[in-house]
Design a protein. Structure first.
Length: 242
């Protein structure tokens, strides 16, 4: 838990994901001030009192007083979550990690910044998970795995030992990955798939055994964020070369 006297947390996005994050905040940071930014209006009731922000000009004025952020983008939109995170870091905010009380993490594992470990998720011995990644409800990552940046391991997915899931990939609900395979950057493993072989970059695989279905579109960084920050330009976020 962050050792801050008082947190002023920005939730980037006000849909269903934000409601779930608000619930986690009541468990870990019950005294924090919470601000929710959603230009199209908040669609879900929140479990804590929040201050809503509906336009970029209003949010720009708040940046100096905000301390931390959580990007409330789930689903298969890992790259969008990463770009939003880089943008908010460039504005001086710190990423906030959240861990449900029922999540199990081996003490010999490592976790990046802005990671969300949801209820009953498991991260095994000597495994690592990168910045802005999500282990969703009841998902399991076994020992000696490497989970990249902005990966989403969806509910009840099972990742066996020595698996490498690269940046921005998504592992669908109830999918199973056998040991010692790799899932490529931006790839999508469909719900319930049983993956027996390496998955190439930017492809969708489905079924048992998993097979190629189609390619995944490669989005330009600006395309992932303009609906939230219409005036954004290339100069507004740092290099992604690391």
């Amino acid at each position: 838990m962050e050792q801050e006297a008082h947190l002023r947390i920005l939730l980037w996005g006000g849909r269903t994901k934000a409601r779930l994050i608000c619930h986690l905040l009541t468990l870990e940071y019950p005294d924090a001030d919470v601000f929710v930014y959603e230009p199209e209006g908040i669609h879900e009731p929140m479990s804590v009192e929040v201050t809503t922000v509906s336009n970029s000009t209003e949010l720009q004025a708040l940046f100096p007083v905000l301390s931390h952020y959580v990007v409330c983008i789930g689903g298969e939109y890992g790259f969008a979550r990463w770009i939003a995170s880089e943008f908010l870091r460039s504005r001086g905010l710190k990423p906030l990690s959240l861990t449900h009380t029922s999540s199990l993490r081996d003490e010999a594992s490592s976790v990046g910044t802005g990671v969300q470990l949801m209820a009953r998720s498991t991260l095994g011995f000597n495994s690592s998970i990168g910045d802005q990644s999500i282990l969703n409800t009841s998902s399991a990552v076994d020992h000696d795995c490497t989970i990249g940046r902005a990966v989403h391991v969806m509910g009840s997915a099972a990742i066996a030992s020595f698996v490498h899931v690269r940046d921005f990939a998504t592992i669908g609900t109830n999918a199973t990955l056998i040991p010692r395979i790799s899932v490529g950057e931006g790839a999508f493993v469909g719900a319930g798939a049983v993956v027996l072989d390496d998955v190439p970059d930017f492809t969708v695989v489905v079924g048992n055994p998993a097979r190629y279905l189609r390619d995944v579109p490669r989005l330009a960084p600006l395309d992932t964020i303009t609906h939230m920050w219409p005036s954004i330009t290339e100069s507004d976020f740092p290099s992604l070369k690391d």
